[in-house]
Design a binder for this molecule. Structure first.
Ligand SMILES: [Zn+2]
Length: 136
């Protein structure tokens, strides 16, 4: 699984987004250490705060399947029905969720398309993270 393929899966997952309130579709594809991919999309709610982001949707699916070791995450988002015009960056809550399971050098691909993305790390997204090692 190369980066381009992972981003294409995130873009495909974006098609399943349920976002009647924001009109902003997000897809995520999470590559696991054993080579599987779990995808997620944002799932909005009329109550707004119960809304689930695509990244947490993918992580919850993976953890629910017993998988907790991840290799890379690809995310893409933008107005529904349009190609993303800007790079999509995970929200703060999703960054904190990543810190629960991923090391500081965990790569995150923030994509406009499979050919146009920015690669960053969890440490760059969430410096000085509060993580499980904080509690030991
Ligand atoms: Zn989020």
């Amino acid at each position: 699984m190369d980066k381009r393929e992972l981003i294409e899966l995130a873009l495909a997952a974006r098609d399943n987004s349920y976002c009647p309130y924001s009109g902003y579709s997000v897809g995520a594809a999470l590559l696991t250490a054993d080579g599987r991919v779990f995808t997620g999309c944002n799932v909005e709610n009329a109550g707004y705060s119960p809304t689930l982001c695509a990244e947490r949707s993918a992580m919850a699916a993976a953890v629910s399947a017993g998988v907790r070791k991840f290799t890379m995450l690809a995310v893409a988002g933008g107005p529904t029905g349009k190609e993303p015009e800007t790079y999509f960056w995970p929200c703060g809550v999703c960054r904190q969720w990543l810190a629960e399971f991923c090391p500081p050098d965990f790569p995150v691909l923030c994509a406009k398309s499979a050919a146009d993305y920015r690669e960053t790390t969890l440490a760059e997204l969430l410096p000085h993270a509060f993580s499980p090692s904080t509690l030991t």
